[in-house]
Design a protein around this ligand. Structure first.
Ligand code: GDP
Ligand code: GDP
Length: 460
């Protein structure tokens, strides 16, 4: 279980230095487009035994068109939205400056989970600054020196219980193992186990001009409840809060981010990396295709990525209003989909027109349903009944005369569903047999469009 930590604070407090120390060379996404997406960097951080994602809000030197403060504020707000925890950094040698106060205020307003770090604390000269930091009312400052690597054990000690808490919360959100679904609940994929407290996180991804902006604008237009301070900043934010047809959602707007790009020829590359970022943060990924040019290389890449990242996927074919031969086209699309994206077998394929609004009801329902399936938990007893049936229908092979035994299975996780099968000689089990089981799970427990993780553990 991991979490996301955002490094926030005014320029020059040492955010990049700490980022580099935490991430080393393990930078997951390198944005080399100046002034476009470079403002938020993220990487996979390591601190002792902790693994987490770190977001850096540095890189403000490129500020040209807006005031530094406005830009920094927006950036910080964005980072706060993306993160579980914010590490608010100060320069301990300078103490608390008015600019620091501004950032502290943003963090308070956003009710972010904040940790305070007094950086550049390697010498006694910073003692006074550390004391001042207490006055911010953001808890005890952690003394660190990003440059010299001091205080990392203290940072670890503070993050550790939080990491545990996030893990516990994640487990809490996952339904308990010992709750048995009634037949009806299992069939419907509904019931108390699937209730949701947080907004559903949706990313809309696709090639340039597929219609992402048009679709998101329409969804926002349908949201009659969008009010309050956030309304004004939505178009600029990385994710937009919306209550769409009664479902609270956060929609990651990759198009809005891309539209800021000025360099035309970089667009293709950019929209992919924005897409990557959105996919990482989403629960459900809507792959938006253009009916006139569906299943382009780029579409396939992002759909595959969503699957590998374990996201629920809904494929939406946009600009359906332009299509005359709707029946034929739909059959053709379905065939292509199954051929080109076998790993997403059974994922919903919805035809929509972002322009006219046709099909958006079905898109909404498909998103909600995909999310439910992604959260689905199958009781162990039913799984094992099922496994027995599957083994009887098609016994596993007996390489070298020795039959591979699949003894029992259980679901170990949700989001997406993950199962473990205890087996003898699992390493000998052919891929085709694993596919047989995964496809069986998908069909028999009605889990279309969600990646299913099946692993085998050795037990002879
Ligand atoms: P950012 O703008 O917040 O990302 O800050 P940087 O990471 O670019 O750091 C600004 C300056 O502070 C650089 O010159 C760093 O070398 C320096 N710096 C960062 N951490 C420390 C530290 O722990 N001690 C000292 N003395 N300098 C530091
Ligand atoms: P993005 O780059 O994915 O954000 O795509 P846009 O939303 O900017 O749309 C690209 C173009 O496709 C624009 O000219 C839109 O008006 C057009 N468009 C978007 N959705 C539809 C649709 O459902 N039908 C038709 N005919 N055109 C659409």
């Amino acid at each position: 279980m991991s979490f996301t930590l955002a490094l926030v604070g005014r320029p020059n407090v040492g955010k990049s230095t700490l980022f580099n120390r935490l991430v080393g060379k393990r930078l997951a996404l390198v944005d080399d487009q100046p002034g476009v997406t470079r403002d938020l960097r993220e990487g996979e951080a390591r601190l002792g035994d902790l693994r987490f994602t770190v977001i850096d809000t540095a890189g403000l030197e490129e500020a040209t068109d807006e005031s530094l403060q406005g830009r920094m504020r927006r950036l910080t707000e964005r980072a706060v939205e993306m993160a579980d925890i914010c590490l608010f950094m100060l320069d301990a040698r300078q103490g608390v400056t008015p600019a620091d106060e501004v950032f502290a205020e943003i963090l308070r307003k956003k009710s972010a989970h904040v940790l305070l770090a007094a950086n550049k604390s390697e010498s006694n000269a910073s003692d006074a600054g550390v004391l001042e930091a207490y006055a911010l009312g953001l808890g005890d400052p952690i003394r660190i020196s990003a440059e010299h690597g001091e205080g990392m054990a203290d940072l670890h000690a503070v993050l550790m219980p939080l990491a545990d808490a996030f893990e516990a919360r994640a487990l809490e959100q996952a339904p308990a193992t010992d709750i048995e679904l009634t037949e009806e609940e299992a069939a419907e994929g509904e019931g108390p186990l699937f209730s949701r407290s947080k907004p559903l996180q949706v990313a809309v991804v696709g090639r340039p001009n597929a219609g992402k902006s048009t679709l998101i604008n329409r969804i926002l237009g349908e949201d009659r409840l969008l009010t309050g301070p956030e309304a004004g900043i939505t178009r600029d934010a990385i994710s937009l809060p919306v209550e769409w047809k009664g479902t609270p959602m956060r929609i990651f707007d990759t198009a809005g981010m891309r539209k800021k790009a000025k360099v035309q020829e970089k667009l293709e590359k950019l929209s992919v990396s924005d897409g990557l970022r959105a996919v990482k943060f989403a629960e459900v990924v809507v792959v938006l295709l253009d009916v006139e040019i569906p299943f382009e290389q780029q579409d396939l890449r992002i759909a595959d990525l969503a699957e590998r990242e374990g996201r629920a996927v809904v494929v939406a074919v946009n600009k359906w209003d332009l299509e005359d031969e709707k029946q034929e086209k739909l059959a053709e699309l379905k065939e292509e989909f199954n051929r080109l994206l076998p790993q997403l077998k059974g994922a919903p394929l919805i035809t929509v027109s972002a322009k006219t609004g046709r099909g958006l009801d079905r898109l909404h329902d498909a998103i909600v349903r995909a999310h439910e399936v992604w959260n689905r938990r199958v009781p162990t007893a039913r799984l094992n009944q099922w496994l027995t049936g599957m083994l009887e229908a098609h016994p596993p092979p007996a390489p070298g005369g020795r039959r591979i035994k699949l003894r029992y299975m259980t679901q170990v996780k949700t989001r997406p569903p993950g199962f473990v099968v205890m087996a003898s000689f699992p390493e000998k089990l052919p891929e085709s047999y694993k596919r047989y089981l995964v496809n069986g799970l998908r069909e028999d427990f009605d889990m279309p469009g969600t990646p299913i993780r099946l692993t085998f553990r050795s037990q002879s």
